[in-house]
Each structure stands twice: as C-alpha cells, then as structure tokens.
Design a protein around this ligand. Structure first.
Ligand code: ATP
Ligand code: MG
Length: 150
C-alpha cells in the first residue's frame, strides 16, 4: 500500500513510547520533504517495533533512542540508534541466527528471534539491513528499502 511514512512511523513511536523504560525518550525525525512510500505496512510495523524494543531493552533507563526516516528518489532509509550496551565483537556476525543471543545479554530476557524475523522481512521487502555497534557505547541499525513510488 501507499501511505505517509512520517505519519505511520510517528504513530508507532507514540505506541512504543508508553512501553519503554523510565526516561528513554524516543526521538523521531523524518529527514526529507517527501513522505509518501509504497511498502508492506504490516511488515514495516513489525520491523520498527522489533528494533525499538531492542533499543529499549538493551539500554539503561534514561538513555535516549533515535529513529530516523528519509524518502529519497530511489530509496527509503530507516535508522534506529541507541546508546545501550552494544554488541561484543565476537558476537556481531551471528545476530540474525535464530535463538542467538550475545554474551552480554544473559541477564536480560529474550528468545533471539526478533532480528531473524526483521532480517527476513527486510529481505522480502527487497531491502538491506546493516548495523554498527560499539560495546558499552551503543548500536545503530540501518535499513534501505527500494522506493517504488513513482
Ligand atoms: P526477542 O526474540 O525477544 O527479540 P532478543 O532481543 O534476544 O529476543 P533479537 O532481537 O533477535 O533477540 O536480538 C538478538 C541478539 O542481538 C540479542 O539477544 C542481543 O544480544 C543482540 N542485540 C540486538 N539488538 C541489540 C541492541 N540494540 N543493542 C545491543 N544488543 C542487541
Ligand atoms: Mg529482540
């Protein structure tokens, strides 16, 4: 479907804002004049909820979370950034493996399926998912979708 990405994302952010830890303000910015996209809304919502839920879960109380979107000529960008615990170097290669959980999250609840699902949804949508992370500094997930809106 064709819809307004900025409005859609803002609604999801509002929903998530009620579920995160104390003081974890979610800052949303849409960075282009164009806001209309053609994407699978159901899959996109699931992707955003998973990334925001990870950003919250793997960050302390009071840490800001940033989500950015941008509609460019041929692509759509989605970025979710946290100032959380980060991912140990040796674990980075395995994040999309079902049930995989990094060494530094053993005291935090999770099944290790969220990112596997996100990665599959991004794939179905023809996009690419990348991430960068610094241990004890934070993590950023970036998605690029093809923009098929004329
Ligand atoms: P769930 O299935 O409930 O989402 P999960 O959060 O453990 O469980 P994933 O979302 O698939 O599973 O994430 C896999 C692993 O990647 C996590 O267990 C954690 O080690 C690491 N991870 C994911 N997102 C982050 C993040 N934002 N910061 C630090 N580590 C992360
Ligand atoms: Mg998760």
């Amino acid at each position: 479907t064709t819809f307004d990405l900025k409005e859609f994302t803002a609604e999801i952010v509002d929903e998530m804002q009620g579920l995160v830890k104390i003081g974890q303000k979610i800052h949303y910015h849409h960075n282009s004049p164009e806001t209309i996209v053609t994407l699978d809304k159901q899959l996109l919502k699931n992707i955003i909820l998973n990334l925001l839920s990870n950003a919250s879960k793997y960050s302390s109380e009071g840490k800001a979370i940033f989500i950015d979107t941008e509609v460019a000529k041929s692509v759509i960008y989605l970025t979710v950034k946290d100032a959380g615990i980060g991912i140990p170097e040796t674990d980075k290669a395995h994040l999309f493996t079902p049930f995989f959980r990094a060494q530094n999250v053993t005291n935090i609840q999770g099944t290790g399926l969220g990112l596997n699902i996100v990665n599959r949804y991004v794939d179905i949508m023809g996009g690419t998912l990348t991430y960068e992370s610094e241990l004890n500094e934070g993590t950023t997930f970036r998605i690029i979708f093809p923009n098929t809106t004329a």
